[in-house]
Design a protein around this ligand. Structure first.
Ligand SMILES: [Zn+2]
Length: 120
């Protein structure tokens, strides 16, 4: 059996990635981007928002990039948008990849704790 390789190229430095699974590929790219292009990534997240208020799509896109990205976006988002995103993830949980649900739950809980501490 010929094993399929998933390929991707970093849009910033052109480094190539080959992995056996999509999950591994996404993980490798995510780790690479946060290690080598952190400033660019943060700039991109901030540019993606209109005014100071990231929309639902921005929040959900960040979920695919990992906990750090979601946490950064949640700090800028309104509570209403965060609750909407939580609703969407909850509804889609049965069909979403497990790691996406895990990333969301971790970031969502971390954000709630962060907010509670701020309100103290
Ligand atoms: Zn790169």
């Amino acid at each position: 059996m010929k094993s399929k390789l998933y390929l991707a190229k970093c849009s910033q430095c052109g480094q190539k990635f080959r992995r056996r699974t999509r999950t591994e590929l996404l993980k490798a790219i995510r780790e690479h981007i946060w290690k080598y292009h952190r400033a660019w990534m943060i700039k991109r997240i901030k540019a993606g928002r209109k005014d100071d208020n990231p929309g639902l799509i921005a929040i959900l896109s960040a979920v695919l990039l990992g906990v750090q990205a979601v946490t950064a976006v949640l700090k800028l988002a309104k509570t209403k948008r965060i609750d909407d995103a939580h609703g969407v993830v909850t509804v889609l949980t049965p069909v979403l990849p497990k790691n996406v649900v895990t990333v969301w739950s971790a970031a969502y809980q971390a954000h709630r704790i962060y907010k509670m501490k701020k309100e103290d």
